[in-house]
Design a protein around this ligand. Structure first.
Ligand code: FES
Length: 125
């Protein structure tokens, strides 16, 4: 069996929603101290809906695929739902990650949580 699923390879090669969101109202940046990878998530939230999302990931292929998939999973979704997104759900949507790469999907969950926290701080919600 291939180490990485086709979905992982697809999102790694053609990541969705890459870049900076100039009018973001929630920005989160997290890193993994062990591997040194960094992920930054930009959210544009309106009426409690994630209207737009972009990311910048300086990291491994699994981290790029995880952030890309995570943005697809949360775009257009209500904040309540986005809050509950777990790294497991991201990994499952990618048809799995090798065990030793699961921490890469954790970065995606943490980056989104951090962006939501920033949104709450800015808006007092
Ligand atoms: Fe660190 Fe993938 S190896 S995020």
């Amino acid at each position: 069996m291939a180490l990485y699923s086709e979905k992982v390879m697809d999102h790694f090669r053609n990541p969705r929603n890459v870049g900076v969101l100039e009018d973001a109202n929630g920005i989160g940046e997290v890193g993994n101290a062990k591997c040194g990878d960094i992920m930054k998530m930009y959210l544009k939230i309106e009426d409690d809906i994630v209207k737009d999302v972009k990311f910048e990931t300086f990291g491994c292929g699994s981290a790029i695929a995880s952030s890309s998939m995570a943005t697809e999973l949360i775009k257009g979704k209500p904040v309540d739902e986005v809050m509950k997104l777990t790294n497991k759900a991201v990994a499952e949507a990618l048809d799995g990650l090798p065990d030793y790469k699961m921490h890469c999907s954790v970065l995606a969950e943490e980056a989104i949580q951090s962006a939501l926290e920033d949104y709450r701080k800015r808006t007092g919600k």
